[in-house]
Write a protein that binds this ligand. Structure first.
Ligand code: SAM
Length: 164
């Protein structure tokens, strides 16, 4: 598989997972957390899918298309280990959905960040909230969910936050 094919499949998986979860969380009120603004493609898709939700977006810096930059109340810039833990004070309540696409080309960095995120994310989520992630997240309260039809396992991940 060329890098182009692999990237296209990753983005198709990301879109399919977000579309599926957007349907499933219709009855769960709460804001959305978007980890990794990048050039803003996924943020733009999320605000189209979930137009009535507040979306809180994280990145080290703004590198997005000007049309896809959140307002300052919803954009948290800096290292995520510093910015994510304070989010509860800013959100109107716990989140119904978190999407994480923080991956870099460095597998070691990605693994360390995913391990940290698996601990840091659950306290920000409602019971029954959904998590869509580019990396596997190992946490006792994040239960793996089936992927949309046609999506290869491990290309993207869906979890539900369940405390019991
Ligand atoms: N989903 C985005 C889009 O549609 O354009 C792409 C996200 S890109 C793959 C990953 C982003 O995560 C980069 O913009 C990078 O700056 C950010 N990022 C990675 N690690 C981070 C960290 N530890 N703290 C803050 N931002 C981070």
């Amino acid at each position: 598989l060329s890098r182009l094919d692999s990237n296209i499949r990753r983005l198709e998986a990301q879109r399919a997972c977000l579309n599926l979860v957007a349907e499933r969380l219709r009855h769960l009120q709460g804001p959305v957390i978007e980890l990794g603004l990048g050039n803003g493609r996924t943020y733009d898709h999320l605000r189209e899918l979930l137009p009535d939700r507040e979306i809180f977006v994280f990145d080290r810096q703004v590198g997005a298309h000007p049309d896809c930059v959140p307002d300052s109340e919803h954009l948290l810039l800096g290292e995520i280990r510093d910015t994510l833990p304070g989010l509860l004070e800013r959100m109107p309540g716990k989140a119904a959905l978190a999407h994480s696409d923080l991956g870099t080309a460095d597998a070691v960095v990605n693994g360390v960040l995913a391990a940290w995120l698996a601990e840091a994310l659950p306290p920000l989520l409602l019971e029954g909230a959904w998590v869509v992630s580019d990396r596997s997240l190992r946490s006792a309260s994040l239960r793996a969910q089936p992927l949309p039809p046609g999506i290869t396992p491990d290309r993207y991940f869906i979890y539900r936050h369940e405390l019991k």
